[in-house]
Design a protein around this ligand. Structure first.
Ligand SMILES: *[C@@H]1O[C@H](CO)[C@@H](O)[C@H](O)[C@H]1NC(C)=O
Ligand SMILES: *[C@@H]1O[C@H](CO)[C@@H](O)[C@H](O)[C@H]1NC(C)=O
Ligand SMILES: *[C@@H]1O[C@H](CO)[C@@H](O)[C@H](O)[C@H]1NC(C)=O
Length: 432
């Protein structure tokens, strides 16, 4: 309720046209989200649309914001914008794509750790580190890091999990104030601006873990859970593919297996639980998953859903737009300009996968992010007004957000995911 009473301050920082729909939707968001998290079940999607009937049309196309520089906000006046810690991973040849993803995703509030795995030559890693060092925005915010001592990563093997945990551990050590850990690859791309994402997340409870999961492991029981694999990446200095042992093992009875998308948005407290926690479950499962095919599609899912403390915090979605091959849905299809409409409509925050410099990326920059070529995605922190230079070369207050139409699309998705009929009923459900 505190948040609601403090809304008026918000008014002064936004342009008129936005006020009514934005506040109405924000107020309802808070109520709905609170209701969802407390599982009161009082609110529904229907209630929201009936409220919107009385409001002026949402003028996405014409939305404009005043350039604004506010003073330091009085403490607690708005829900403070959160911070994300991104791990962006890639391999040989991914250096320049990684720069592009970073420009599209950059916001001075967040942290970014770039990992080019051991297959990438040292030269490429050094080039990336040079690029990072020479960007004045990064130098000022000190929030972009490059892993120098790279890991050997076998994509279907446990070395992938090891690299992800390593990245999260660095980010935990490096900065004490981020709220969510997001793992991306160089072939992912954002569909909304960081201002949009930070804005919507500022209204969410800080304990929600976004992870797509199911305990209905189906064919994976035979092809994933029973085989025993070894990943030579753990002990050899050159990469070779995983190999299978002749023995098979039983499906575990000490815990239930969950599986799902390898793309995750996890809370700081859950990452601490996995990396520094005193509960032994994350370690036991890490060792179990050492011999599991495609462990990134199961490790965090199984830890979360077998932990009393965290199973209540799962939201069953990875916030990505991904299209798959026809069953068994093992390979994401490359997205092209033909997918633009669907990926926009999905409301997702990220999409994958994209081929190197595919034209659809230019379209996304142009229509969804308003990102000029080679520059940062503009946001409330970019306050330069000289039209010849990058507006982000002059940095304003990083807590000032300018959410655009993407916030609206993403909010719709989050609404849906947290609606009473979706949220609780999709958490770690297991048959019986
Ligand atoms: C993290 O992101 C990478 C993309 O590089 C992905 O392949 C991996 O499986 C993800 N998930 C985990 C749990 O490591
Ligand atoms: C999880 O949710 C259930 C029911 O929704 C509740 O009974 C339980 O106390 C919650 N546990 C935690 C740790 O919040
Ligand atoms: C977009 O979505 C529609 C409806 O789900 C589907 O029929 C269509 O094939 C999709 N288009 C592409 C290019 O995937």
């Amino acid at each position: 309720m505190k948040k609601l009473m403090q809304m008026p301050f918000w008014l002064v920082t936004m342009e008129r046209k936005w006020l009514v729909p934005l506040i109405a939707s924000t107020l309802i968001s808070i109520i709905l989200i609170l209701a969802a998290t407390l599982s009161l079940g009082v609110a529904s999607h229907g209630m929201r649309s009936s409220v919107f009937q009385f409001l002026p049309l949402w003028e996405e196309e014409h939305a404009q914001f005043i350039e604004e520089i506010t003073e330091e906000e009085p403490a607690g006046s708005l829900p403070p914008a959160p911070r994300f810690a991104y791990l962006i991973s890639g391999t040989k040849g991914d250096g320049s794509r990684m720069q592009r993803v970073l420009q599209a995703l950059y916001h001075p509030r967040n942290y970014y750790l770039l990992h080019l795995d051991l297959e990438a030559p040292t030269r490429e890693r050094v080039e990336l580190a040079h690029y990072v060092r020479n960007q004045p925005a990064f130098a000022e915010a000190q929030n972009v890091y490059v892993v120098g001592k790279a890991n050997l990563v076998t994509y279907r093997g446990p070395t992938m999990i090891a690299a992800t945990l390593h990245g999260a551990a660095i980010l935990l050590r490096r900065s004490k104030d981020w709220d969510w850990f997001i793992n991306l690859s160089a072939s992912d791309y954002p569909l909304i601006t960081q201002d949009d994402l930070l804005h919507v997340f500022s209204y969410l409870p800080k304990d929600l873990n976004f992870i797509e999961h199911t305990s209905d492991i189906g064919w994976k029981e035979f092809q994933r859970a029973k085989p025993i694999i070894i990943d030579p990446g753990l002990y050899m200095d050159k990469k070779t593919d995983i190999f299978w042992a002749t023995q098979r093992r039983a499906v575990p009875s000490a815990f239930r297996l969950f599986t799902g998308s390898a793309w995750v948005v996890l809370t700081r407290s859950f990452m601490e639980y996995c990396i520094q926690g005193y509960d032994n479950l994350p370690r036991t499962l890490l060792m179990y998953y050492t011999n599991f095919v495609s462990s990134p599609e199961g490790y965090f899912h199984t830890v979360l859903c077998n932990s009393q403390e965290f199973r209540n915090t799962t939201v069953n979605h990875d916030l990505h737009y991904i299209t798959w091959d026809t069953p068994p849905r093992q390979h994401p299809l490359s997205l092209t300009v033909d997918d633009l409409q669907n990926l926009t409509a999905s409301g997702a925050a990220f999409a994958r996968k994209f081929d190197y410099d595919d034209p659809v990326l230019d379209k996304i920059d142009e229509t969804l992010l308003q990102r000029p070529k080679g520059k940062f995605t503009p946001g409330g922190w970019c306050i330069g007004t000289d039209t010849h230079v990058d507006p982000c070369s002059i940095r304003g207050e990083s807590s000032v957000l300018r959410p655009g139409p993407g916030a609206r699309r993403f909010e719709d998705l989050v609404f849906h995911l947290l609606s009473p009929s979706m949220f609780r009923s999709q958490q770690c459900i297991s048959p019986q």
